[in-house]
Design a protein around this ligand. Structure first.
Ligand code: 13P
Ligand code: SF4
Length: 305
């Protein structure tokens, strides 16, 4: 195995040589987050990709994220260092499924969580991420909304909006593994702690939370809270920045099952190789790209906070 520090330096040099920007999702391995130009949640990364002056984007995350960058920036080369890094939740709904659901609800807008394929986004009216889902649904003029693919995020949104909501029965297998029992046990073991969780968690877990937000929202929450112990209901990659930014606080992940195998696939070697060879380029057919971009652009026009 190559020396890790040497490999990191090689990647940084290659990024410069290829005029490339390295983006990393908040769930990526520590060593990937450490050398990325920008780390963030799905929304922040899609905005960063579209605003970037660089010609090449190395997207350390999962396929739908790189695809979103390719949709927003057709003039850029978007590399996904591991082409097998997918998202099982995104795979739970196909374009054919969505066509059937839309036919049952004429005139009802479809809100697609960004964790969907480009082909599914192309059939949707507007996208959302966990950071803006409530605001996106609120921004629609209809009193009915159909949301895909995450039943847990949809349920969470339905509690905050005055619209009749229906949704597809998808879920994130990683977040779904966190149980209310795990949270109750962690609270008991950590008196005085607060619990923050991602809306992809099961409603029974969400009910126990002091705060529910996107991964980037968790960084803001951790800084703002006066609590010294924070129980975190999301993927373990979140710990890297939480600990770095709040050395005086303790962070507890309440279950060992909170690891997304897809997010953990990307290693430094994959980043170096894909950048050197300029391979694993993600592209989207132009007819799908144009329609999917409309749904993403509508989302990006909804104010963030
Ligand atoms: P956010 O980073 O947008 O909160 O999304 C979490 C997630 O599961 C991405 O796959
Ligand atoms: Fe998909 Fe869940 Fe992994 Fe996010 S954490 S990429 S939603 S499987």
């Amino acid at each position: 195995m190559k020396d890790r520090e040497g490999l990191k330096r090689e990647i940084r040099a290659l990024l410069k040589e290829k005029d490339a920007l390295m983006l990393a999702h908040n769930y990526q391995r520590d060593e990937i987050q450490e050398i990325a130009d920008i780390t963030g949640d799905s929304l922040a990364l899609s905005q960063a990709a579209s605003a970037a002056p660089q010609k090449v984007i190395v997207f350390c995350g999962v396929h739908f994220m790189a695809e979103s960058a390719a949709i927003l920036s057709p003039d850029k080369t978007v590399i996904l260092p591991r082409k097998d890094a997918g998202c099982p939740m995104a795979d739970m709904i196909t374009p054919e499924d969505l066509i059937k659901e839309k036919a049952k609800r004429p005139g009802v807008p479809v809100v697609a969580y960004v964790n969907t394929s480009a082909a599914v986004k192309a059939l949707s009216d507007i996208c959302c991420t966990s950071a803006n889902a409530v605001r996106v649904v609120d921004s629609l003029s209809t009193d009915r909304v159909y949301m895909i693919p995450d039943r847990n995020l949809s349920h969470y949104v339905s509690l905050s909006v005055k619209k009749k909501m229906e949704w597809w029965n998808g879920f994130c297998p990683t977040h779904e593994r966190l149980t209310p029992q795990d949270v109750v046990r962690a609270k008991k073991e950590n008196p005085g702690s607060v619990f923050v969780c991602h809306p992809e968690c099961n409603p029974e877990v969400v009910k126990l939370a002091d705060h529910v937000c996107s991964t980037s929202g968790m960084y803001r929450f951790a800084k703002a809270t006066s609590a010294k112990i924070i129980i975190v209901g999301t993927e373990t990659g979140i710990l890297y920045r939480l600990k770095k930014e709040n050395p005086e606080k303790t962070f507890v992940i309440p279950s060992r099952a909170l690891i997304c195998p897809n997010m953990k696939l990307t290693a430094l070697e994959d980043v170096e190789e894909s950048l050197r060879e300029m391979n694993n380029v993600v592209t989207v057919p132009e007819d799908i790209r144009v329609k999917a971009k409309e749904a993403l652009d509508r989302m990006l026009k909804v104010p963030r906070d």
